[in-house]
Design a binder for this molecule. Structure first.
Ligand SMILES: *Cc1c(COP(=O)(O)O)cnc(C)c1O
Length: 458
């Protein structure tokens, strides 16, 4: 399987190389040249999550890993998810299901991809003897998942930038309390979009990139997208492979884009519904055809407080029929504030995506309402998804909303809604007693570079 950049000017890579590099050298994102299709879909029901993961991931990894290596990585990764089903499907109302993706070690769906790619990185780096430096930007959940997955992994240093003061206390502590010497939490002055922009600066400095062996594990990393395809398959298998709608609380467009790949692989997904909070660039883009960057408004669903939605570039590439030149031009226009999506591409996007936005009031109301009607206590991101899904439910078509985090990860918002502070699961009981380790850093690429050079353990 060969991987090409959405901007067409970077070397063609295999799976392992695309995974280890993250962002393409031309600033683009890697995508497989062709999307494989999966047969025997009706035989997936009843298989373990691990077995489905093997069948879904296998066609993408090509000859980068042997079957045995891949199975081993999958088994070790998902042994850390504390539910036998890994991603259980729970019914909320007639025709409406919740896909619980928060039973991993850091209580958000990011664990599904991060745990797997940490195992794959370990295999690849042990084989090559190469050392790398992972740098990531996070609005909270990616960073905690990355630090948890990569702590103690050989040949890797991990630096995670998060916006100072803008992540929840649980998120921050999950990043600052692991004592492993190879993980480093960096509190950056600014928003998530600043962190993401500095990350792109680091990757675009090719001399620095090569010197430290820079690798990225943000949701733009293709290997993460691949891991996220799996739970669309287990969900559809549980529902008998009927035509199904999925509603996805969306920020960087990684999770929902995995759904679009699942659809191209043959799953009977009818619509993918983008659910956003007031930071609604994606809803505006899909409804009006204008992708224009606004200012980030902090919300009670902070993991979706994003204006530049990186993985959307992959959806644009597909909607423009693989025209890398057109994508490169749009991304140039984005630097000046935004662009207009062509009529043809907009139509292609609207064939599979719907979108909607939810206010803070509605989010809180949904948490309250769901608790009363179902007993489920949900995190604010999940509530955004549920609120949108309820508006788009159609008789006869099952709806699956992705529950992206555990309510205990966002206790303030949940308490505001229902007056009860959700408790942490037992494996995180000590989180508030452990000492924190964090470095404050300015929103400045030179400051970051010298910090990284200074702190690497290699
Ligand atoms: C990351 C995250 C999202 C957004 O996912 P994307 O793949 O960035 O669209 C939504 N909810 C939670 C809890 C998250 O951690």
């Amino acid at each position: 399987m060969r991987y090409v950049s959405t901007r067409g000017q970077a070397p063609v890579l295999n799976f392992e190389q695309a995974m280890l590099s993250g962002l393409a050298r031309d600033g683009g994102l890697y995508l497989p040249e062709t999307i494989p299709t999966l047969s025997d879909l009706d035989q997936l029901d009843g298989l373990s999550y691990e077995e489905v993961a093997f069948r879904v991931v296998r066609p993408f990894t090509g000859d980068s890993f042997t079957d045995e290596e891949l199975r081993g990585a999958i088994d070790r990764a998902y042994a850390r998810i504390s539910h036998d089903a890994r991603a259980p499907l729970v019914q909320l109302a007639p025709g409406h299901h919740l896909l619980e993706l928060f039973h991993g070690p850091t209580l958000a769906f990011k664990d599904f991809a991060m745990q797997l790619i940490a195992q794959l990185f370990q295999i690849a780096l042990t084989r090559s003897g190469q050392r790398i430096t992972i740098v990531g930007a996070t609005s909270g959940d990616t960073g905690s998942a990355a630090i948890e997955a990569f702590r103690g992994i050989d040949n890797v240093d991990v630096f995670i930038m998060y916006p100072h003061g803008r992540v929840s206390e649980v998120q921050r502590r999950q990043m600052t309390t692991p004592p492993a010497a190879n993980v480093h939490a960096l509190a950056v002055t600014g928003h998530f979009d600043d962190c993401q922009a500095r990350l792109k600066d680091l990757f675009n400095d090719h001399a620095f990139r090569d010197h430290v062996g820079l690798a990225g594990v943000n949701s733009i990393n293709w290997a993460r997208v691949v891991a996220q395809i799996v739970y669309y398959f287990t969900a559809c298998a549980s529902l008998g492979m009927r035509s199904t709608d999925f509603c996805v609380p969306t920020g960087n467009f990684g999770d929902i884009f995995a759904g679009s790949i699942a659809r191209q692989m043959g799953l009977p997904i009818r619509r993918l519904i983008v659910a956003t909070n007031q930071n609604d660039i994606l809803h505006r883009a899909l409804s009006q055809g204008e992708y224009r960057v606004g200012t980030v408004e902090p919300s009670i669903s902070p993991s979706m407080d994003i204006q530049v939605s990186s993985n959307f570039e992959r959806a644009l590439y597909l909607a423009y029929g693989g025209d890398a030149g057109a994508v490169a031009q749009l991304m140039d226009e984005l630097k000046a504030g935004g662009f207009t999506i062509s009529q043809g591409a907009l139509q292609a996007l609207r064939e599979q995506y719907r979108s909607d936005r939810v206010s803070e009031e509605e989010t809180l109301e949904t948490i309250r309402d769901m608790r009363e009607r179902t007993g489920e206590v949900m995190c604010p991101h999940t509530a955004v998804g549920v609120a949108v899904a309820q508006r788009h439910l159609e008789p006869g078509v099952p709806m699956v909303t992705l529950a992206t985090a555990h309510p205990a990860k966002f206790p303030d918002a949940v308490e505001r809604a229902i007056g009860i502070r959700p408790g942490l699961p037992p494996h995180l009981a000590e989180l508030f007693d452990l000492p924190e380790r964090v470095t404050r850093v300015e929103n400045d690429v030179e400051a970051l570079k010298s910090l990284i050079l200074d702190r690497r353990t290699q």
